[in-house]
Ligand binder design. Structure first.
Ligand SMILES: [Ca+2]
Ligand SMILES: [Ca+2]
Length: 126
């Protein structure tokens, strides 16, 4: 029986596989596939965006090699950025004290502040 961590990794691979094959290129996520992924899997995040250009900018930012497609590593930067934002929000809303019981992790409502800020984009300003 797989551990929770193993299941998480499998889920990430499965969700990536689920969206990459919608066009002829079955190895990478095109912009259309990325939008489909965001609107389905991260609908709460996408719905909160007042700026319609946000997803466009995210795609450009995540596409580190500027080929107009997201490979699995670039996709993981998105997941990683969101996970870091959720973790930061979790830490700040649950200050650690020795006496209190361990808090229950919860996923905060995602907002534009949760865009993956740690991703460096060498080609974005071209
Ligand atoms: Ca594809
Ligand atoms: Ca790329």
């Amino acid at each position: 029986m797989p551990t929770e961590t193993e299941r998480c990794i499998e889920s990430l691979i499965a969700v990536f596989q689920k969206y990459i094959g919608k066009d002829g290129n079955n190895t990478q996520l095109s912009k259309t596939e990325f939008l489909s992924f965001m609107n389905t899997e991260l609908a709460a995040f996408t719905k909160n965006q007042k700026d319609p250009g946000v997803l466009d900018r995210m795609m450009k930012k995540l596409d580190l090699n500027c080929d107009g497609q997201l490979d699995f590593q670039e996709f993981l930067n998105l997941i990683g950025g969101l996970a870091i934002a959720c973790h930061d929000s979790f830490i700040s809303s649950h200050p650690t004290t020795k006496s209190s019981p361990p808090p229950t992790p919860s996923t905060p409502a995602l907002s534009p502040a949760h865009l993956p800020q740690h991703v460096s984009h060498a080609c974005w300003r071209k």
